[in-house]
Structures are given as structure tokens and as C-alpha cells.
Design a protein around this ligand. Structure first.
Ligand code: ACM
Length: 764
């Protein structure tokens, strides 16, 4: 594969087009300034690494290259401490305080004669070394020797530094404890991607995971939950639990060991101790910290936002300050994350103490009480020489004076914080929540919901919608890995990678320097590094995706797309398994009947999808009662030919709350109609009930509906969620208009408003 990487100035582009025809640079994140060249530097048994005595601090960086090559190639390179400017066959690593690339930047020159890595700091050298690893053959990441490889680096010139100082991943160990060995592996993976922050979410409703010596019950009681919800939150009615205890916590000795490990990889760990919400586990251990001290609080066994929160009493502040007094010395970084998100005010509203306090402090409401809470904690953290970070809810009721805001509910919190001259870290759920599905939810392991393919992660521009003045407050970006549906390290890896690789590039490359196609090509090689590192990344980067379109004759066409450009697709339409002797895909496939397309790629991916061709496909329709704004905005979802496959994929369904669901489809002319069907959802936990009855009628003029067929929808309240089909058989009718009327049952047995969810009205 020839590779012309992307560039930031036209003249470099021009230069490289002339010179770099044969060299390949699969660097992620891609350097800020890059010139390719001809030829290569070959590492052989005579190659020396030079680190002079004055730069002894860079020796560990040199040693990492020696170790990797020794393992993967059996070459043992010596370190020499004297340098002559004309020495050949050397890798010279040296400090240059006047480099002008900041504390994380580096300059790397690879020529056929020598490699020179210059940096102002060991951290810069560390990142330069990551680039050297990525210039070497992928096998340099191998944990065992690999034969028959020329250990060469393509010639190039790089001047590099990151766009942002905060390039992070958040890992939630509150929902599931992850072993120390895995935390270290996660740190390794951050470092490989030149990321520098692990935000460690250590406490939540479902588990308290950090040893606090003064409060032993936090881990004795708070680290254990008796069981865990089975399936998706709303999947079963009633909800089911697995009966298996889940626990685990980190001792302070283990934390010190992890922090030291991270420091060697230039990763700062930001601990998060959640308050005042997400406190169930702490309250289960110390109920006197809640607003109802006599209540039997429990470590939560299911997910969501809980009303059990810390009460803002003096006892609670003493407790939290004691906890922070033990936490702060364990983590040498500047920041302590104090949570602040999703704190329902129910308990504070009901509490006489809180109401008194609001009056006494002359506060407006419970939001201002939360603001008082956070400000008081900030004062304490500041007194210890540290600063707080909080989720964007800390803006409500007035933000604490020195707080950094982590914007998670989209980007508006970040913009608001920057307007108020507070630093912000952008981690919007709309782009950077790595617990969301990355591919078709019907075929993926269970996840929390949403849909966030890697293209969208990559597309995010952290400074979008910030004014130039406000942009100065953006410290950086971070992917969040909430683990409700990730019980194992393997699943965490699957959800994190390769999407985190896209975040790493967004965090590093200069504004405007991204190109997804180029990234995808480099990523195809990069995942081989992850293979060597035994990362269970999602293979969906290799997947085939179907996009439907209509040609000029109104026929349905299916376009098969993939991210990588150099594999081929072979497919069948007759249900047979495809092979490389099947038809090769070269242009969109035109379909005229219900067809299952099966395809394989030479990169090893497999694809199968059924396409429904029916008379109403692509036809427009009107609503009797409009659905909520944004739902089915272009009035196409019910006739787009893609039949919703799973209750998991909420985006495939059309939702109608508190009203009958009635549409009228216009076929454009009178046509034979034999059968009309539609699917409805049953998700009792979410008050999504099937309609009490569905009436399907036909008309030639759009006014007189004859031949209506009314069907009751039968289902059982208890049991898992379901897709319920309704079919009306018209045998040989003719009609232009088709009306589907689904009757809303009104209120659920518990008095809640009922929602109807419908998808694809199929007309044969
Ligand atoms: C969050 O996702 N509750 C920060």
C-alpha cells in the first residue's frame, strides 16, 4: 500500500508528492508537521543508540526501544554516551531546550544514515519514541520474536506537538471493578496513542472502589452489591437480577503502584470521588450521611439516576474532607474530580434540615444548595493545593470559582463555562460516550443505547461553536467509558478501541488537520499493532455497511460501503454463502423484490441484510397527530425499506406519546394492495405498550376508507420486550391511500402516559 499522508501546508504536500511515492507512514495520531522522503533507515546489529551523559534523563526512553527490539527482533542495541556529528547508523536521542515545540513536542529526523530525536523534555522524547515505534514495522509491538523482517524506518522529517494538553479517557470502575493488571494495560494503550490522562471514576451507586482507611465500611460494605440487573434496563418486565455478588476495590498500596506506573508513561490519573449524587454505595456503608439516616440504603443493583444522595450536613462535609485528605496524597496531579452530575433534589426537598439550611444560607433553591456544596468542597481541595473538575451540572446554581467544567450533556455546558472564563474539557455524549453502540445494535453485544460509529467520533471538532476567545478555555477532549454493560476488561477494550484511537487523533492534530479516509487507511495497519498488544478491539472498522438510495426510475439501489479502500467485496443475492468466486461488488445493486444480500470482503468481514421492497417504499405519508419534534422529521422512517430489527435500536422506531398513532400513506396512484403489515414494540418498563387495536383501511380518494380491517394486539404484560407484528390481508384490493390507525391504551396500569412505537408499514 502506498500512502500519501495528509499535510498542513501546500508546499509540504507538493514536496512529498514528488518524493514519497514508496514510503508508508501509518502514524496515529498523525504528526502536526510532516515531510516524507525516499529511502529508509535500517536497524541492524551494528546500530547504536546515543544518549550522552548530560541527557541521562532520556535513558529510560532509549531503553524502551532497546527492550522492544530485543523482544521482537532479538537485536540488542547498545547505548553509547559519546556522539560525533557525522556518526552513521545511530539513533541519537538528545535534549534541546530551545526546540520551541512546548513540553510535549519533539523533532524527529529519519535519514538513511541516522535517526535524530530531539526534545525539550523527557515527555516529548516519550512521544517521539511512540512515533519511532509506529515508523518501525508493526511487529515491533510483538511480545515474541518475529522472523524475516527488515527492521527499517521510512525516511521522514517530523516536527510535532499536541493540539490540547488534556487528551484523556475516563474509565468507570464503579459499575464493574477492573483488575490492576488491566488498569495498567489501559494506561499502556493511552500512552501508545499519545494520550496523557486517565480519569478514574472510582465511586458510584453500584460500588465504592477505593480503600479509605478512616472509613473501612466504604469497602467492606460499599464495594459489594448483592446482584446485578440482567439485560438492558427496560428489557424485562418485571426487571430480572442475576443473584451473583459483584465486588472489588483498590487498596491504597495498589493505587500508589498504578500511579507510579502511569507516571512512567506520562499519564496523569485524575481520581473521581462522586458527590453529592451517585452516592448509594457510600450511604449503604454510612447511612448517617443521607437525609434519612434511619433508611436502609443499599448498594445499587441496577443502573440509572438514584435519589439517594449525600445530605449537606456538617457530618457529611467532615466525612468527604476526610476521604479527600486520604485521596489527594495518592494522586500527584493537579486535579481532583468531584462528580457533581445527576443529583436529584428529591431528598433535599423532603428534608427539614435542607430546607432550614437553604433559609439560613439565604439560598434560592436546591440548585443553589448544590452549588454551596460544591463550592465548599472546592475550597477544601484548593486549600490542599489542588483544583476541582466537575461534570457540567456544577454550572447550575453558580459554578465554584476555580472549577474546571467537564461538558458531557452535549457541548452547551462547555460553551457556557468558557463564557464564564472557566476551563473546560469536552466530553460530549453526542460524540465521545464510548458506551454507545458503534455498529448495528441488533448485532452488537448489549450496550447502553445510542449510536456512535467511529466516523462520528472522528468528525467531532472540539472548538465548534466556541468563539475564538472562548476556545482559549478548552483544555482538551476525553472519551468516557461507562461500564454498566461492560462487565469484563475484554468488553471495555471492545467498546474503547478503535474509537479511542479517533479521539487520540482529534486531541493531537492541529485544527483543520483531520481527514477520515486517510485515518481509516492508517487505522487498518494500526489495528495490527493492537493485535500484537492483544487488544480486543471492535473489528467493525472492516465491516460492510449498506446505504439505500433510489435511482431515476424509482428503483431501490443498495450501495455497499466500507471504511478501508483496498479490500474487495463479493456478494450473492440468492441466499448462497458468498466466496471470492461470487460477483465482485463494483456498483450499487438494484433490487426489484425482497432480497437478502450476503457479502464478504477480502479483509475478512461478513455482511448479511434483508431488503424489503414493497409498494409503499419511499412513499410519503401524513400524520393525524404529529409526533414530537425531531421524531421522524422528514416523514420517511415508516416507509424507508429498512425494517427495525431490534427494540435496542431506538433510532429505527417512530415514537408517539400519549396519542393515537395514525398515518395515511399516499401511493401516488391506485395500485393493487394485497397485504399491509406494521410492527409495534412492547417495552413495559418504559411505558411503551402495543396499541389496543390497529385498524388498517384502504381508499382511492383519501376520504372514504373502506375495507378496514381492525386487529386487536395480544400480548402478555410480563416477560421480555417484544416486537409485535400486525398484518391485514386484503387479498385483491386496489387503493391509492392506506391508513393505519393504532389506538393508544391511555394510561398504563401504574397510571403513566403510554407511548406507541411503530416501524415500517410494509405494503404488498
Ligand atoms: C454522566 O454521564 N452522568 C456524567
Amino acid at each position: 500500500m502506498k500512502k500519501l499522508a495528509f499535510f498542513f501546508t501546500l508546499c509540504t504536500l507538493h514536496l512529498t508528492l514528488l518524493q514519497a511515492q514508496d514510503n508508508v507512514y501509518n502514524l496515529i495520531p498523525f504528526p502536526a508537521q510532516f515531510n516524507g522522503g525516499e529511502g529508509q533507515f535500517v536497524v541492524n546489529p551494528q546500530t547504536k543508540i546515543i544518549v550522552t551523559a548530560k541527557d541521562a534523563g532520556l535513558k529510560p526512553i532509549a531503553q524502551s526501544l532497546i527492550n522492544a527490539l530485543k523482544t521482537a527482533s532479538k537485536l540488542t542495541l547498545p547505548i553509547a554516551s559519546t556522539a560525533t556529528p557525522t556518526a552513521k547508523n545511530v539513533i541519537y536521542i538528545r535534549q534541546n531546550k530551545a526546540l520551541g515545540l512546548g513540553s510535549e513536542g519533539y523533532k524527529l529526523l529519519v535519514s538513511a544514515d541516522r535517526v535524530i530525536l530531539e526534545t525539550a523534555t523527557p515527555q516529548g522524547a516519550f512521544y517521539g519514541m511512540q512515533t519511532i515505534f509506529q515508523l518501525l514495522p508493526t511487529a515491533v509491538f510483538s511480545p515474541t520474536p518475529v522472523e524475516n523482517i527488515t527492521w527499517a524506518m521510512p525516511v521522514c522529517q517530523i516536527q510535532d506537538k499536541p493540539r490540547f494538553v488534556h487528551r484523556g479517557l475516563m474509565l468507570d470502575v464503579g459499575r464493574y471493578f477492573m483488575p490492576v493488571s488491566f488498569i495498567k494495560k489501559y494506561i499502556d494503550l493511552l500512552a501508545v496513542h499519545k494520550m496523557n490522562v486517565l480519569h478514574w471514576h472510582l465511586t458510584d451507586d453500584q460500588g465504592w472502589r477505593i480503600e479509605i482507611k478512616k472509613y473501612p465500611k466504604l469497602t467492606q460494605i460499599g464495594s459489594k452489591r448483592k446482584e446485578t440487573l440482567v439485560g438492558q434496563y427496560s428489557e424485562n418486565y418485571p426487571q430480572k437480577f442475576d443473584g451473583k455478588e459483584i465486588g472489588g476495590f483498590y487498596t491504597q498500596a495498589e493505587i500508589k503502584d498504578i500511579v507510579k506506573y502511569a507516571q512512567a508513561k506520562y499519564v496523569t490519573i485524575i481520581p473521581e470521588i462522586e458527590m453529592p449524587g451517585h452516592a448509594s454505595a457510600a450511604l449503604a456503608a454510612y447511612p448517617e450521611l443521607g437525609c434519612e439516616p434511619t433508611k436502609k440504603y443499599e448498594v445499587a443493583t441496577k443502573w440509572g439516576v438514584m435519589t439517594d444522595v449525600f445530605c449537606p450536613t456538617e457530618q457529611t462535609f467532615t466525612f468527604l474532607q476526610d476521604v479527600l485528605t486520604e485521596v489527594i496524597p495518592l494522586f500527584p496531579g493537579k486535579y481532583i474530580h468531584i462528580g457533581g452530575d445527576e443529583c436529584p433534589k428529591d431528598a433535599w426537598q423532603k428534608s427539614a434540615f435542607c430546607q432550614e439550611l437553604i433559609k439560613k444560607l439565604n439560598l434560592k433553591d436546591e440548585h443553589e444548595l448544590q452549588s454551596y456544596f460544591i463550592k465548599r468542597i472546592e475550597k477544601f481541595v484548593n486549600s490542599k493545593g489542588r483544583a476541582i473538575i466537575g461534570w457540567d451540572e456544577i454550572l447550575e446554581g453558580g459554578v465554584a470559582p476555580n472549577a474546571t467544567v467537564m461538558s458531557w450533556r452535549g457541548i452547551k455546558g462547555g460553551i457556557e463555562a468558557a463564557k464564564q472564563k472557566h476551563n473546560v474539557i469536552m466530553t460530549p455524549n453526542t460524540y465521545y460516550y464510548l458506551d454507545y453502540y458503534q455498529a448495528n445494535p441488533a448485532k452488537e453485544p448489549l450496550a447502553i443505547g445510542g449510536y456512535l460509529p467511529i466516523e462520528k467520533v472522528y468528525e467531532y471538532d472540539p472548538s465548534a461553536e466556541f468563539s475564538p476567545e472562548e476556545q482559549k478555555y478548552i483544555l482538551g477532549v476525553q472519551g468516557n467509558v461507562w461500564t454498566e454493560y461492560m462487565p469484563t476488561p475484554q468488553q471495555v477494550e471492545y467498546m474503547t478501541f478503535p474509537r479511542a484511537t479517533a479521539i487520540a487523533e482529534v486531541a493531537w492534530v492541529p485544527s483543520g488537520g483531520k481527514n477520515f479516509e486517510d485515518f481509516a487507511t492508517r487505522l487498518k495497519e494500526h489495528v495490527k499493532r493492537m493485535d500484537y498488544l492483544k487488544v480486543n478491539y471492535s473489528k467493525r472498522i472492516l465491516d460492510v455497511k449498506a446505504v439505500t438510495q433510489f435511482n431515476n426510475q424509482g428503483q431501490l439501489q443498495v450501495r455497499l460501503e466500507k471504511l478501508d479502500s483496498d479490500s474487495k467485496i463479493y456478494y450473492t443475492l440468492d441466499g448462497k454463502e458468498p466466496s471470492t468466486s461470487s460477483t465482485e461488488y463494483v456498483m450499487p445493486i438494484t433490487l426489484d423484490k425482497i432480497t437478502t444480500i450476503k457479502a464478504i470482503t477480502t479483509a475478512g468481514a461478513r455482511f448479511e441484510e434483508k431488503f424489503f421492497i414493497h409498494r409503499a417504499k419511499g412513499k410519503s405519508y401524513t400524520y393525524a397527530n404529529a409526533p414530537a419534534e425531531g421524531v421522524d422529521a422528514d416523514r420517511k422512517k415508516l416507509t424507508d425499506g429498512q425494517v427495525a430489527q431490534s427494540p435496542r435500536n431506538s433510532a429505527e422506531w417512530v415514537w408517539m406519546s400519549g396519542k393515537d398513532f395514525e398515518i395515511t400513506i399516499d401511493l401516488g396512484e391506485v395500485k393493487p394492495v394485497t397485504k399491509v403489515s406494521a410492527n409495534f414494540l412492547k417495552i413495559i418498563m418504559s411505558n411503551v405498550f402495543p396499541p389496543t387495536s390497529v385498524e388498517i383501511g384502504l381508499s382511492r380518494d383519501g376520504e372514504n376508507f373502506k375495507d378496514a380491517i381492525a386487529q386487536p394486539v395480544n400480548y402478555q404484560l410480563e416477560g421480555p420486550w417484544q416486537i409485535l407484528p400486525v398484518v391485514a390481508d386484503f387479498k385483491t384490493a386496489r387503493a391509492r391511500y392506506i391508513r393505519v390507525r393504532a389506538k393508544n391504551a391511555g394510561k398504563s396500569p401504574s397510571g403513566q402516559t403510554i407511548t406507541i412505537a411503530m416501524d415500517e408499514v410494509v405494503v404488498d
